[in-house]
Design a protein around this ligand. Structure first.
Ligand code: NOJ
Length: 592
């Protein structure tokens, strides 16, 4: 086997050819769906940047870092909960939905923030945590005090401990039960999560009306949508007699209709770790429910692919999650603020991910996952980090980057549960990584070992063209230039080896093609693009100079180093056309 690469003049082959739009209609409307090709960056205000030196990140600090985010190229920021909260679950226990927690600033600061984002063309989505409240929320306080209160029926009660009380915990090993006795109420209350997070009775029309009001409030203050927390639990039936909750999917339509009536281009991104067979229930057959969902199925199989250098289960997950309405989109991520949940893998697959990325018990959590950050999981190996990110950016969906991963930040396994991967952002080599001037940061900054802020920080990486930060910036730039990923239809190509994943996307007569070698060892592969030979004869490398020309049988031969990735625009006629070797009319004829 031999590798065929060829030099090309530096013509602009990056953008979709204008012919595409001549030959396909529907141009304007469809380009308006911003979330189909967004780059989302998620962060916690409290650990991002502290401006008032109290040790807690705040909106003023975040605003000072907006140019950093814009420079990175992200098009949307997802804020984890920042509403008033006792913060026993990192803000996912809200005690006032209509107030910014004073530690982070004021409502005024929030509006300044959304305005500053708007000026930079960056959208804001916020967490919408309405499956449960904090037990300190006045609704719950009133509900437990007074059985006649109008809020009593906003929560789920039972006189007796229900039979399934010790089942269905989301945090096994830490959470003991889903029903806890409240003396004041003289009843048990239901909580899918921790006992300080009583579930709202989401079937109650008054609760539903309040959820809409909360959405309407934040929409008015400048956000473009919501990451809806715990969707399957919100729509599931709840109560002492419920053994197997039934999903009330119509609720999703109600949320969407309300939102779009208030603000046409706002979206809901659902957190729903569900099986592919129910995906369409969440998206809605007519695309009338969730706009976006996180693709947990692909996430878990992606980590298996990285661990085992085997892309077959990932390919299966990609096909299983392929059906979706054309206006819907997947959110794709590597690590998030929770544990890497491996619950959908087979026992043997899960074990190989544990062995590769989280072998110690202390790295594992809730009997199903790994709580580490991405860089330490991949042993800080730059080639593997690039490979993982390249995959995330090229799999079907909209990428969601976790703050600090663009620097290769690490974790602190001495911190409990998921806090280990929630340490403050590492900005510089100043004390506490420049995150705060206080000596009491909200969580300790990582200050030792290879991931300490002395080695991993934005200030130094900004100046180094080869840094992870600048690599991420470049890959985001290129991701934006391949809208085919967000819009197109994908085909997985046969490379003859499980270690190499090759995918082609087609959209409006344009094609792009991505190749990833999951293995540490170099691989030679041969494949054909699956297009008619004159259309797939040339693969123009978007990241480097080695392009590939097919042989006479239309086959491409690549020699891939260990963990190599390639991004190509598929050429052929377009290329000839650009060089004016044939006319537009001739090109159209040959396409037909
Ligand atoms: C899912 C969130 O991602 C997680 O961080 C939180 O603990 C639970 N929902 C409860 O809100």
């Amino acid at each position: 086997m031999h590798s065929q690469s060829s030099a090309l003049p530096a013509v602009d082959l990056l953008l979709p050819h204008p012919l595409a739009d001549l030959t396909r209609g529907k141009y304007a409307v469809i380009n308006d769906l911003w979330y189909k090709n967004a780059v989302i960056y998620c962060l916690s205000v409290g650990t991002f940047m502290d401006a008032n030196a109290d040790g807690i990140g705040d909106f003023q600090g975040l605003m000072r870092r907006l140019d950093y985010l814009q420079g990175l190229g992200v098009t949307a920021v997802w804020l984890m909960p920042f509403q008033q909260s006792p913060c026993k679950d990192d803000g996912y226990d809200i005690s006032d939905y209509y107030a910014v927690d004073p530690r982070y600033g004021t409502l005024g600061d929030f509006v300044e923030f959304t305005h500053a984002c708007k000026q930079r063309g960056v959208r804001v989505i916020t967490d919408l945590v309405v499956n449960h409240t904090s037990n300190e929320h006045p609704w719950f306080q009133e509900a437990r005090r007074d059985p006649a209160s109008r809020y009593r029926d906003w929560y789920i009660w039972s006189k007796k401990k229900p039979p399934g009380a010790n089942e269905g915990m989301v945090f096994p090993g830490v959470q003991k039960t889903t029903w806890t006795y409240d003396r004041e109420a003289r009843a048990y209350y239901f909580h899918r999560f921790y006992d300080f997070q009583p579930d709202l009775n989401t079937s109650n029309p008054h609760v539903q009306a309040e959820i809409l009001k909360i959405m309407g409030f934040w929409i008015q203050l400048g956000v473009s949508g919501f990451r809806m927390d715990a969707v399957p639990f919100i729509i599931g039936t709840k109560g002492a007699a419920v053994r197997k909750p039934a999903e009330q999917y119509d609720m999703l339509r109600m949320f969407r209709e309300f939102l779009q009536w208030r603000l046409g281009d706002s979206i809901i991104l659902g957190e729903a770790n569900v099986l592919p067979k129910t995906d369409m229930e969440y998206f809605g057959d007519d695309g009338d429910r969730m706009h976006m969902m996180f693709n947990f199925q692909v996430n878990q199989h992606l980590f298996y692919a990285l661990a085992a250098a085997d892309c077959r289960p990932l390919t299966k997950a990609l096909h299983a999650t392929k059906p979706r309405p054309s206006t819907a989109q997947w959110g794709l991520f590597l690590r998030n603020h929770d544990e890497l949940d491996l619950g959908r893998l087979s026992a043997q697959q899960r074990q190989s991910v544990f062995d590769a990325f989280g072998p110690d018990k202390n790295m594992q959590l809730y009997e199903r996952g790994i709580r580490r950050r991405l860089a330490p999981m991949l042993a800080g190996d730059r080639r593997r980090m690039e490979l993982a990110y390249s995959l995330m950016f090229t799999l079907p969906g909209t990428p969601v980057v976790r703050y600090g991963d663009e620097l290769g930040m690490g974790d602190d396994l001495r911190l409990p549960e998921r806090n280990c991967a929630r340490t403050p952002m590492q900005w510089s080599t100043e004390p506490h990584a420049g995150f705060t001037k206080s000596d009491k940061p909200i969580l300790p900054v990582i200050d030792e070992g290879p991931y300490g802020f002395q080695h991993v920080n934005a200030a130094e990486q900004r100046r180094d063209p080869e840094s992870m930060l600048n690599w991420t910036e470049r890959i985001i730039r290129m991701r934006k230039e391949v809208p085919e990923i967000g819009w197109g239809d994908f085909t997985v190509l046969d490379t003859g080896t499980r270690a190499v994943l090759a995918m082609r996307y087609d959209w409006r007569n344009n094609s792009v093609l991505f190749v990833h070698n999951l293995d540490a060892a170099p691989r030679e592969v041969a494949f054909s693009t699956g297009l008619r030979s004159e259309n797939g004869s040339l693969l123009v490398n978007l990241l480097a100079d080695d392009h590939s020309r097919a042989d006479a049988r239309g086959r491409h031969y690549l020699l891939l180093e260990g963990y190599a990735y390639r991004w190509y625009r598929v050429g052929g006629l377009d290329y000839l056309l650009k060089r004016s070797e044939i006319s537009v009319e001739q090109a159209i004829k040959r396409r037909e």
